[in-house]
Design a protein around this ligand. Structure first.
Ligand code: NAD
Ligand code: IPM
Ligand code: MN
Length: 383
Protein backbone atom coordinates (compact mmCIF):
# COMPACT_ATOMS: atom_id res chain seq x y z
CA UNK A 1 0.00 0.00 0.00
CA UNK A 2 0.99 3.62 -0.46
CA UNK A 3 2.50 5.12 2.69
CA UNK A 4 0.01 6.92 4.90
CA UNK A 5 1.41 10.12 6.37
CA UNK A 6 0.33 11.75 9.61
CA UNK A 7 1.09 15.25 10.85
CA UNK A 8 1.52 15.13 14.62
CA UNK A 9 0.89 18.43 16.43
CA UNK A 10 1.35 17.92 20.19
CA UNK A 11 0.29 21.46 21.14
CA UNK A 12 0.21 22.71 24.71
CA UNK A 13 -0.10 21.58 28.32
CA UNK A 14 -0.90 17.88 28.59
CA UNK A 15 -1.09 17.72 24.78
CA UNK A 16 2.56 16.64 24.32
CA UNK A 17 2.28 14.25 27.29
CA UNK A 18 -0.63 12.28 25.87
CA UNK A 19 0.58 12.55 22.26
CA UNK A 20 3.86 10.92 23.32
CA UNK A 21 1.91 7.81 24.36
CA UNK A 22 -0.05 7.84 21.12
CA UNK A 23 3.14 7.98 19.07
CA UNK A 24 4.68 5.12 21.07
CA UNK A 25 1.59 3.01 20.42
CA UNK A 26 1.75 3.84 16.72
CA UNK A 27 5.40 2.79 16.75
CA UNK A 28 4.50 -0.55 18.35
CA UNK A 29 1.71 -1.18 15.86
CA UNK A 30 3.87 -0.16 12.91
CA UNK A 31 6.60 -2.60 13.87
CA UNK A 32 4.18 -5.40 14.66
CA UNK A 33 2.20 -5.17 11.42
CA UNK A 34 4.83 -3.55 9.18
CA UNK A 35 2.38 -0.74 8.60
CA UNK A 36 3.05 1.63 5.70
CA UNK A 37 2.73 4.53 8.09
CA UNK A 38 4.93 7.51 8.87
CA UNK A 39 4.53 10.70 10.81
CA UNK A 40 6.10 14.12 11.14
CA UNK A 41 6.05 16.17 14.31
CA UNK A 42 5.17 19.86 14.08
CA UNK A 43 5.88 22.19 17.00
CA UNK A 44 3.02 24.45 15.89
CA UNK A 45 0.45 25.57 16.59
CA UNK A 46 1.30 25.97 20.26
CA UNK A 47 1.89 28.64 22.82
CA UNK A 48 5.64 27.92 22.84
CA UNK A 49 5.87 28.44 19.09
CA UNK A 50 4.01 31.69 19.41
CA UNK A 51 6.37 32.91 22.16
CA UNK A 52 9.34 32.29 19.87
CA UNK A 53 7.89 33.51 16.60
CA UNK A 54 5.18 35.98 17.51
CA UNK A 55 2.68 34.11 15.34
CA UNK A 56 0.65 30.99 15.94
CA UNK A 57 2.11 29.13 13.00
CA UNK A 58 3.89 29.69 9.69
CA UNK A 59 2.00 31.46 6.95
CA UNK A 60 1.87 28.32 4.84
CA UNK A 61 0.87 26.05 7.75
CA UNK A 62 -2.39 24.91 6.19
CA UNK A 63 -0.65 24.18 2.87
CA UNK A 64 1.98 22.13 4.71
CA UNK A 65 -0.58 20.19 6.72
CA UNK A 66 -2.68 19.52 3.66
CA UNK A 67 0.10 17.24 2.37
CA UNK A 68 -0.75 14.75 5.12
CA UNK A 69 -3.46 12.13 5.29
CA UNK A 70 -4.47 13.08 8.82
CA UNK A 71 -3.56 15.39 11.68
CA UNK A 72 -3.13 14.04 15.19
CA UNK A 73 -3.45 16.90 17.66
CA UNK A 74 -2.87 17.01 21.42
CA UNK A 75 -4.57 20.14 22.69
CA UNK A 76 -4.09 23.87 22.41
CA UNK A 77 -4.13 26.56 25.05
CA UNK A 78 -1.53 28.26 27.20
CA UNK A 79 -0.80 26.01 30.19
CA UNK A 80 0.59 29.00 32.12
CA UNK A 81 -1.02 30.58 35.14
CA UNK A 82 -2.87 33.26 33.20
CA UNK A 83 -6.38 32.45 32.09
CA UNK A 84 -5.74 32.58 28.39
CA UNK A 85 -9.20 32.21 27.02
CA UNK A 86 -9.96 35.86 26.60
CA UNK A 87 -6.60 36.40 24.90
CA UNK A 88 -6.77 33.38 22.68
CA UNK A 89 -10.21 33.74 21.33
CA UNK A 90 -9.66 37.30 20.14
CA UNK A 91 -9.23 37.59 16.41
CA UNK A 92 -5.64 37.24 15.29
CA UNK A 93 -5.15 35.38 18.51
CA UNK A 94 -2.48 33.11 19.86
CA UNK A 95 -2.84 29.37 19.66
CA UNK A 96 -6.51 28.49 19.59
CA UNK A 97 -7.52 30.23 16.40
CA UNK A 98 -5.46 27.74 14.34
CA UNK A 99 -7.62 24.98 15.75
CA UNK A 100 -10.67 26.64 14.29
CA UNK A 101 -8.69 27.58 11.16
CA UNK A 102 -7.88 23.91 10.60
CA UNK A 103 -11.49 22.81 11.03
CA UNK A 104 -12.57 25.54 8.65
CA UNK A 105 -9.66 25.39 6.20
CA UNK A 106 -9.97 21.63 5.69
CA UNK A 107 -13.75 21.77 5.82
CA UNK A 108 -13.87 19.24 8.64
CA UNK A 109 -17.61 19.62 8.87
CA UNK A 110 -18.30 16.63 11.12
CA UNK A 111 -17.20 16.43 14.72
CA UNK A 112 -17.87 12.96 16.14
CA UNK A 113 -17.86 12.56 19.90
CA UNK A 114 -18.93 9.13 21.09
CA UNK A 115 -19.90 8.65 24.73
CA UNK A 116 -20.06 5.08 25.89
CA UNK A 117 -19.59 4.04 29.48
CA UNK A 118 -17.09 1.24 28.99
CA UNK A 119 -16.32 -1.28 31.74
CA UNK A 120 -13.79 0.15 34.18
CA UNK A 121 -14.53 3.77 33.36
CA UNK A 122 -15.58 5.97 36.24
CA UNK A 123 -19.34 5.89 36.63
CA UNK A 124 -20.49 9.31 37.73
CA UNK A 125 -24.21 8.44 37.71
CA UNK A 126 -25.45 6.15 40.47
CA UNK A 127 -28.19 4.59 38.37
CA UNK A 128 -27.26 1.11 37.13
CA UNK A 129 -28.64 1.85 33.68
CA UNK A 130 -25.63 4.15 33.23
CA UNK A 131 -23.82 1.01 32.03
CA UNK A 132 -26.01 1.22 28.91
CA UNK A 133 -24.87 4.72 27.96
CA UNK A 134 -23.86 4.48 24.32
CA UNK A 135 -24.40 7.59 22.29
CA UNK A 136 -22.70 9.38 19.47
CA UNK A 137 -22.91 13.15 19.56
CA UNK A 138 -22.36 14.64 16.14
CA UNK A 139 -21.41 18.27 16.30
CA UNK A 140 -21.87 20.51 13.27
CA UNK A 141 -18.32 21.75 12.84
CA UNK A 142 -18.28 24.28 10.02
CA UNK A 143 -20.56 27.19 10.84
CA UNK A 144 -23.30 28.21 13.26
CA UNK A 145 -22.14 30.09 16.31
CA UNK A 146 -18.48 29.69 15.25
CA UNK A 147 -18.45 31.79 12.08
CA UNK A 148 -16.56 34.52 13.92
CA UNK A 149 -18.60 37.39 12.51
CA UNK A 150 -19.36 40.40 14.64
CA UNK A 151 -17.39 42.86 16.66
CA UNK A 152 -17.23 45.34 19.46
CA UNK A 153 -18.62 48.80 19.01
CA UNK A 154 -17.17 51.53 21.26
CA UNK A 155 -14.95 49.05 23.18
CA UNK A 156 -14.54 49.88 26.85
CA UNK A 157 -17.15 52.64 26.78
CA UNK A 158 -20.26 52.42 28.98
CA UNK A 159 -22.40 52.15 25.87
CA UNK A 160 -20.30 49.41 24.29
CA UNK A 161 -22.12 46.87 22.14
CA UNK A 162 -20.70 43.46 21.26
CA UNK A 163 -22.25 41.43 18.47
CA UNK A 164 -21.58 37.80 17.56
CA UNK A 165 -23.38 36.49 14.56
CA UNK A 166 -24.64 32.94 14.06
CA UNK A 167 -24.95 31.68 10.51
CA UNK A 168 -26.70 28.46 9.51
CA UNK A 169 -26.99 27.31 5.90
CA UNK A 170 -29.35 24.71 4.53
CA UNK A 171 -26.46 22.98 2.77
CA UNK A 172 -24.48 22.47 6.00
CA UNK A 173 -27.63 21.55 7.91
CA UNK A 174 -28.60 18.91 5.36
CA UNK A 175 -25.19 17.30 5.23
CA UNK A 176 -24.79 17.04 9.02
CA UNK A 177 -28.29 15.69 9.55
CA UNK A 178 -27.94 13.16 6.75
CA UNK A 179 -24.59 12.13 8.24
CA UNK A 180 -26.36 11.61 11.56
CA UNK A 181 -28.93 9.29 10.00
CA UNK A 182 -26.24 7.35 8.16
CA UNK A 183 -24.31 6.87 11.38
CA UNK A 184 -27.47 5.73 13.18
CA UNK A 185 -28.06 3.10 10.51
CA UNK A 186 -24.46 1.94 10.66
CA UNK A 187 -24.46 1.74 14.44
CA UNK A 188 -27.64 -0.33 14.33
CA UNK A 189 -25.96 -2.73 11.91
CA UNK A 190 -22.90 -3.06 14.14
CA UNK A 191 -25.02 -3.64 17.23
CA UNK A 192 -27.03 -6.36 15.54
CA UNK A 193 -23.77 -8.08 14.55
CA UNK A 194 -22.58 -7.90 18.14
CA UNK A 195 -25.93 -9.09 19.47
CA UNK A 196 -26.58 -5.88 21.40
CA UNK A 197 -29.93 -4.75 20.11
CA UNK A 198 -31.74 -1.62 21.22
CA UNK A 199 -35.23 -0.37 20.61
CA UNK A 200 -36.49 3.14 19.92
CA UNK A 201 -40.13 4.05 19.27
CA UNK A 202 -41.19 6.15 16.31
CA UNK A 203 -44.06 8.61 16.63
CA UNK A 204 -46.42 6.14 14.93
CA UNK A 205 -45.49 3.44 17.42
CA UNK A 206 -43.07 1.34 15.39
CA UNK A 207 -39.90 0.02 16.98
CA UNK A 208 -36.52 0.89 15.39
CA UNK A 209 -32.98 -0.29 16.07
CA UNK A 210 -31.61 3.23 16.09
CA UNK A 211 -32.55 6.84 16.68
CA UNK A 212 -31.42 10.32 15.75
CA UNK A 213 -32.17 13.13 18.15
CA UNK A 214 -31.77 16.64 16.80
CA UNK A 215 -31.02 19.45 19.24
CA UNK A 216 -32.15 23.03 18.79
CA UNK A 217 -33.30 25.99 20.82
CA UNK A 218 -36.11 26.67 18.41
CA UNK A 219 -38.39 28.17 21.05
CA UNK A 220 -36.03 31.14 21.28
CA UNK A 221 -33.62 30.92 18.32
CA UNK A 222 -36.39 30.24 15.89
CA UNK A 223 -34.87 30.89 12.47
CA UNK A 224 -32.21 28.26 12.52
CA UNK A 225 -34.32 26.14 14.84
CA UNK A 226 -37.12 26.04 12.31
CA UNK A 227 -34.73 25.30 9.45
CA UNK A 228 -33.08 22.47 11.39
CA UNK A 229 -36.47 20.98 12.26
CA UNK A 230 -37.69 21.20 8.67
CA UNK A 231 -34.52 19.66 7.21
CA UNK A 232 -34.63 16.95 9.88
CA UNK A 233 -38.21 16.08 8.88
CA UNK A 234 -37.29 15.97 5.19
CA UNK A 235 -34.21 13.81 5.57
CA UNK A 236 -35.88 11.45 8.02
CA UNK A 237 -38.12 10.36 5.11
CA UNK A 238 -35.07 8.74 3.53
CA UNK A 239 -34.49 6.72 6.72
CA UNK A 240 -37.76 5.08 7.74
CA UNK A 241 -35.75 2.51 9.71
CA UNK A 242 -34.39 5.18 12.07
CA UNK A 243 -36.55 6.66 14.83
CA UNK A 244 -36.53 10.44 15.21
CA UNK A 245 -36.57 12.65 18.23
CA UNK A 246 -36.14 16.33 19.04
CA UNK A 247 -34.96 18.03 22.21
CA UNK A 248 -34.47 21.65 23.13
CA UNK A 249 -30.89 22.04 24.27
CA UNK A 250 -31.72 22.94 27.86
CA UNK A 251 -33.96 19.90 28.26
CA UNK A 252 -31.32 17.80 26.52
CA UNK A 253 -28.81 18.78 29.26
CA UNK A 254 -31.31 17.65 31.84
CA UNK A 255 -31.97 14.34 30.06
CA UNK A 256 -28.27 13.68 29.46
CA UNK A 257 -27.98 13.46 33.24
CA UNK A 258 -31.37 11.93 34.00
CA UNK A 259 -31.60 9.24 31.29
CA UNK A 260 -28.57 9.34 28.99
CA UNK A 261 -29.03 5.67 28.08
CA UNK A 262 -32.11 6.70 26.08
CA UNK A 263 -29.99 8.50 23.43
CA UNK A 264 -28.39 6.99 20.36
CA UNK A 265 -27.18 9.50 17.76
CA UNK A 266 -27.48 13.16 18.71
CA UNK A 267 -26.99 15.95 16.16
CA UNK A 268 -26.27 19.41 17.53
CA UNK A 269 -25.04 22.78 16.33
CA UNK A 270 -21.42 23.83 16.73
CA UNK A 271 -21.71 25.55 20.11
CA UNK A 272 -24.52 23.45 21.54
CA UNK A 273 -22.58 20.36 20.47
CA UNK A 274 -19.45 21.71 22.16
CA UNK A 275 -21.26 22.16 25.44
CA UNK A 276 -23.18 18.88 25.29
CA UNK A 277 -20.01 16.91 24.59
CA UNK A 278 -18.20 18.01 27.76
CA UNK A 279 -21.27 16.74 29.56
CA UNK A 280 -21.29 13.57 27.49
CA UNK A 281 -17.59 13.11 28.28
CA UNK A 282 -18.40 12.95 31.98
CA UNK A 283 -21.16 10.43 31.29
CA UNK A 284 -18.56 8.18 29.66
CA UNK A 285 -16.06 8.44 32.51
CA UNK A 286 -14.57 11.92 32.32
CA UNK A 287 -12.44 14.14 30.09
CA UNK A 288 -9.59 11.65 30.37
CA UNK A 289 -11.40 9.03 28.29
CA UNK A 290 -13.45 11.03 25.77
CA UNK A 291 -12.25 10.87 22.16
CA UNK A 292 -13.15 13.22 19.33
CA UNK A 293 -12.42 13.81 15.67
CA UNK A 294 -12.99 16.45 13.04
CA UNK A 295 -13.79 14.79 9.74
CA UNK A 296 -14.08 15.83 6.16
CA UNK A 297 -15.96 12.83 4.74
CA UNK A 298 -16.46 14.42 1.32
CA UNK A 299 -13.07 15.64 0.08
CA UNK A 300 -10.28 13.04 0.17
CA UNK A 301 -7.67 15.77 -0.48
CA UNK A 302 -8.41 17.37 2.85
CA UNK A 303 -6.91 15.81 6.00
CA UNK A 304 -9.20 15.08 8.91
CA UNK A 305 -8.03 16.01 12.39
CA UNK A 306 -8.02 13.77 15.43
CA UNK A 307 -7.90 15.24 18.93
CA UNK A 308 -9.45 14.29 22.24
CA UNK A 309 -12.43 16.28 23.55
CA UNK A 310 -10.32 17.66 26.39
CA UNK A 311 -8.08 20.71 26.31
CA UNK A 312 -4.57 21.40 27.56
CA UNK A 313 -5.58 20.91 31.22
CA UNK A 314 -3.26 23.56 32.70
CA UNK A 315 -4.18 22.42 36.22
CA UNK A 316 -2.40 19.08 35.80
CA UNK A 317 0.08 19.83 32.99
CA UNK A 318 3.73 18.94 33.57
CA UNK A 319 3.02 16.37 36.28
CA UNK A 320 2.86 13.30 34.08
CA UNK A 321 -0.56 12.33 35.43
CA UNK A 322 -2.85 13.15 32.49
CA UNK A 323 -4.92 10.18 31.36
CA UNK A 324 -3.85 9.28 27.80
CA UNK A 325 -6.92 7.07 27.30
CA UNK A 326 -8.91 9.73 25.41
CA UNK A 327 -5.93 10.40 23.14
CA UNK A 328 -5.44 6.69 22.49
CA UNK A 329 -9.11 6.08 21.67
CA UNK A 330 -8.80 9.07 19.34
CA UNK A 331 -5.72 7.53 17.73
CA UNK A 332 -7.62 4.27 17.23
CA UNK A 333 -10.37 6.21 15.49
CA UNK A 334 -7.76 7.87 13.27
CA UNK A 335 -6.40 4.48 12.19
CA UNK A 336 -9.94 3.28 11.56
CA UNK A 337 -10.56 6.36 9.39
CA UNK A 338 -7.30 5.92 7.48
CA UNK A 339 -8.23 2.27 7.09
CA UNK A 340 -10.72 3.28 4.44
CA UNK A 341 -7.72 3.45 2.09
CA UNK A 342 -5.52 0.81 3.71
CA UNK A 343 -7.54 -1.90 5.53
CA UNK A 344 -4.49 -3.02 7.54
CA UNK A 345 -4.66 0.33 9.32
CA UNK A 346 -8.28 -0.27 10.27
CA UNK A 347 -7.27 -3.61 11.72
CA UNK A 348 -4.53 -1.90 13.76
CA UNK A 349 -7.07 0.68 14.89
CA UNK A 350 -9.39 -2.04 16.15
CA UNK A 351 -6.49 -3.65 17.96
CA UNK A 352 -5.59 -0.36 19.62
CA UNK A 353 -9.19 0.29 20.62
CA UNK A 354 -9.46 -3.19 22.13
CA UNK A 355 -6.18 -2.79 24.03
CA UNK A 356 -7.22 0.59 25.47
CA UNK A 357 -10.65 -0.76 26.42
CA UNK A 358 -9.09 -3.86 28.01
CA UNK A 359 -6.71 -1.70 29.99
CA UNK A 360 -9.60 0.42 31.19
CA UNK A 361 -11.57 -2.66 32.21
CA UNK A 362 -8.59 -4.10 34.10
CA UNK A 363 -7.17 -0.98 35.74
CA UNK A 364 -9.72 1.82 35.43
CA UNK A 365 -10.01 3.78 38.66
CA UNK A 366 -6.42 3.17 39.71
CA UNK A 367 -4.12 6.16 40.11
CA UNK A 368 -1.55 5.68 37.38
CA UNK A 369 0.93 7.92 35.62
CA UNK A 370 0.48 8.81 31.95
CA UNK A 371 3.55 6.74 31.07
CA UNK A 372 2.30 3.72 33.05
CA UNK A 373 -1.02 3.63 31.26
CA UNK A 374 0.67 3.96 27.88
CA UNK A 375 3.13 1.22 28.80
CA UNK A 376 0.39 -1.16 29.94
CA UNK A 377 -1.46 -0.67 26.67
CA UNK A 378 1.67 -1.27 24.61
CA UNK A 379 2.27 -4.49 26.50
CA UNK A 380 -1.19 -5.62 25.50
CA UNK A 381 -0.45 -4.71 21.89
CA UNK A 382 2.73 -6.76 21.96
CA UNK A 383 1.18 -9.77 23.67
P1 NAD B 1 -9.73 20.99 29.83
O1 NAD B 1 -10.45 19.97 29.04
O2 NAD B 1 -8.33 21.26 29.44
O3 NAD B 1 -9.77 20.59 31.38
C1 NAD B 1 -10.99 20.43 32.10
C2 NAD B 1 -10.75 19.53 33.34
O4 NAD B 1 -10.58 18.17 32.91
C3 NAD B 1 -9.50 19.89 34.13
O5 NAD B 1 -9.73 19.71 35.50
C4 NAD B 1 -8.47 18.88 33.64
O6 NAD B 1 -7.46 18.58 34.58
C5 NAD B 1 -9.33 17.66 33.35
N1 NAD B 1 -8.73 16.88 32.26
C6 NAD B 1 -8.73 17.20 30.95
N2 NAD B 1 -8.09 16.27 30.24
C7 NAD B 1 -7.67 15.33 31.11
C8 NAD B 1 -6.92 14.12 30.99
N3 NAD B 1 -6.49 13.66 29.80
N4 NAD B 1 -6.65 13.40 32.12
C9 NAD B 1 -7.10 13.82 33.31
N5 NAD B 1 -7.81 14.97 33.50
C10 NAD B 1 -8.08 15.71 32.41
O7 NAD B 1 -10.63 22.32 29.75
P2 NAD B 1 -10.28 23.82 30.26
O8 NAD B 1 -9.53 23.78 31.54
O9 NAD B 1 -11.54 24.55 30.16
O10 NAD B 1 -9.33 24.39 29.14
C11 NAD B 1 -7.92 24.46 29.24
C12 NAD B 1 -7.38 25.05 27.95
O11 NAD B 1 -7.58 24.14 26.87
C13 NAD B 1 -8.07 26.34 27.52
O12 NAD B 1 -7.10 27.16 26.92
C14 NAD B 1 -9.08 25.88 26.50
O13 NAD B 1 -9.46 26.89 25.61
C15 NAD B 1 -8.29 24.80 25.81
N6 NAD B 1 -9.06 23.79 25.11
C16 NAD B 1 -8.51 23.29 23.96
C17 NAD B 1 -9.11 22.27 23.28
C18 NAD B 1 -8.47 21.74 22.05
O14 NAD B 1 -7.35 22.04 21.75
N7 NAD B 1 -9.14 20.93 21.29
C19 NAD B 1 -10.29 21.71 23.77
C20 NAD B 1 -10.84 22.22 24.96
C21 NAD B 1 -10.20 23.25 25.63
C1 IPM C 1 -13.37 21.79 21.70
C2 IPM C 1 -12.87 23.09 22.28
C3 IPM C 1 -12.79 24.20 21.23
C4 IPM C 1 -14.19 24.43 20.67
C5 IPM C 1 -12.18 25.49 21.75
C6 IPM C 1 -10.83 25.26 22.31
C7 IPM C 1 -12.17 26.59 20.73
O1 IPM C 1 -13.66 23.47 23.36
O2 IPM C 1 -12.76 21.31 20.73
O3 IPM C 1 -14.32 21.24 22.23
O4 IPM C 1 -14.96 25.20 21.23
O5 IPM C 1 -14.50 23.85 19.64
MN1 MN D 1 -15.11 21.94 23.97
Amino acid sequence: AQTTRIAVTPGDGIGPEVVAEAVRCLETLRTKHELALEWTRFPWPSHAWHEDHGVSWPEDALEQLQQYDAILLGALGDPGPIDDNSRYLLSDSVSLAPLLDMRKGFDQWVCERPARLLPGARQYLKDDRAKDIDMLVIRENSEGEYVGQGGRLRPGKPDEVATQMEVFTRRATERIIRYGFEQARQRAGERIQEGRTRSFRTLDGRSCESQVCVITKRNALRYWGDMYTEVFEEISQEFPDVATHHELVDAACMKFVQSPWAFDVVVASNLQGDILTDLAAVLSGGMGVAPSCNLNPTNPDMPSMFEPTHGSAPDIAGQGIADPTAMLFTTARMLDWLGRKDPVLAKAGKELFDAVAADLAANGGEQRATRQIGEAIRERLQA
